[in-house]
Write a protein that binds this ligand. Structure first.
Ligand code: PMP
Length: 367
């Protein structure tokens, strides 16, 4: 027997969703609608593919450990200094680095619930206690409870905006209130994985706060969603705190972002129209799906992401399993209180139709 750290005892292996390979046999050779992982279903642009091919030519060399060219480009576009940026092997790497930088047994982490599971898992991995701010009964963010928790000196306040899986978001006003309420001893991390889908309306990215906010703030972004580079694993963070970035740089592995990913991300930033078209198409499909699901009598939470969180009114694990027979992958939610919910991503129109048709059939079937 190998003695593991006791903090690992409550952890479960992350439910990373099903890959195409994993379900190929199950789906009988037909088309598979992969709608369980909030990916961007649109093709990578030819320019990004060319940049990747070029990077492969020098794959015998270690990558730039600072992702310098990419950092300078993002700095140029956002005004954030390169010294206040950090890159990761996906933003999940940065969540892991953040936990290892800040947390020790006895610390408290505040999250919104239902949460992106890794927000809780990495805190638990370090022995920290997680305080969940649950949604109200009518599925809204309990902003008063969040503000009250934020006002206490906790180690870390960690939430996704927009939230995953719920799709809900803090309005610009609520974000301002949260930043005002934040205790000066707490680090606030806003995981903006879906920010490109969320812009507009009452949503505001947190970046503008980096300049004036006088308490530690970290904003996480990813190239996995709107930029469509999920397989390459690259995300980044912005902070107003040199201490925090310095600490995270001590903890992260030196070559945590591979060269092909760096090159692809750089090229993708040069194709904003490609990204915008994809975002627009995904949002149109998301709204079409939301309307169809509501017509089926299901409760669909409002979403600012490229996905929907849907109460199917029956055990979601079974339903997701039946959907697999129809070649449709969705994510049945496993967190307590949400076992009748699925999270479904907006895929390409035929994929979404395949999902809606299969779900309609399943819900109509007796028993
Ligand atoms: N944060 C949130 C809220 C997410 O939904 C995801 C991906 N599902 C991630 C972080 C991780 O993304 P990646 O590691 O691909 O950047």
């Amino acid at each position: 027997h190998v003695k593991l750290r006791p903090e690992l005892a409550p952890l479960r292996t992350y439910n990373a969703g099903l890959s195409l390979e994993a379900v190929a046999d199950r789906c009988g050779g037909g088309p598979i609608a992969k709608l369980g992982s909030n990916e961007n279903p649109h093709e990578i642009s030819p320019q990004v593919k060319a940049a990747m091919a070029q990077a492969v030519e020098t794959a015998f060399l270690y990558p730039d450990p600072t992702a310098g060219r990419l950092a300078r480009k993002i700095s140029h576009e956002t005004g954030v200094a390169v010294e206040r940026m950090i890159f990761g092997d996906g933003s999940e790497d940065l969540l892991n680095v953040l936990a290892r930088t800040l947390l020790q047994p006895g610390d408290e982490v505040v999250t919104l619930y239902p949460s992106f599971p890794l927000h809780e898992d990495y805190a638990q991995m370090m022995g920290a206690a997680v305080t969940r701010i649950e949604l109200t009964h009518d599925h809204r963010i309990d902003i008063d409870a969040l503000l009250a928790a934020a006002a206490r000196p906790v180690r870390l306040i960690l939430l996704a905006n927009p939230m995953n899986p719920a799709g809900l978001w803090l309005s610009a006003d609520d974000l301002a209130r949260l930043l005002a309420a934040q205790h000066p001893d707490s680090v606030l991390c806003l995981d903006e994985a879906y920010v490109e889908y969320a812009k507009g309306g009452d949503f505001e990215p947190a970046t503008r706060w980096l300049r004036d906010h006088d308490k530690p703030l970290l904003i996480l972004r990813t190239f996995s969603k709107a930029y469509g580079l999920a397989a390459l694993r690259i995300g980044y963070g912005f902070s107003n705190s040199d201490d925090l970035i310095g600490g995270m740089n001590l903890v992260r592995t030196p070559f945590n972002v591979n060269a092909v990913a760096q090159a692809a991300a750089l090229a993708a930033l040069d194709q904003p129209e490609h990204v915008e078209t994809g975002v627009r198409d995904s949002l149109a499909e998301r709204d079409r799906m939301a309307a169809a699901l509501s017509d089926l009598g299901l409760t669909v939470l409002p979403s600012k992401g490229n996905f929907l969180f849907v109460d199917c009114g029956r055990p979601a694990t079974e339903l997701a399993d039946r959907l697999l027979d129809a070649g449709v992958i969705v994510k049945p939610w496993k967190q307590e209180g949400y076992e009748s919910f699925i999270r479904v991503s907006a895929g390409l129109p035929p994929e979404n139709t395949q999902f809606l048709d299969a779900l309609t059939r399943l819900l109509a079937a007796p028993g």
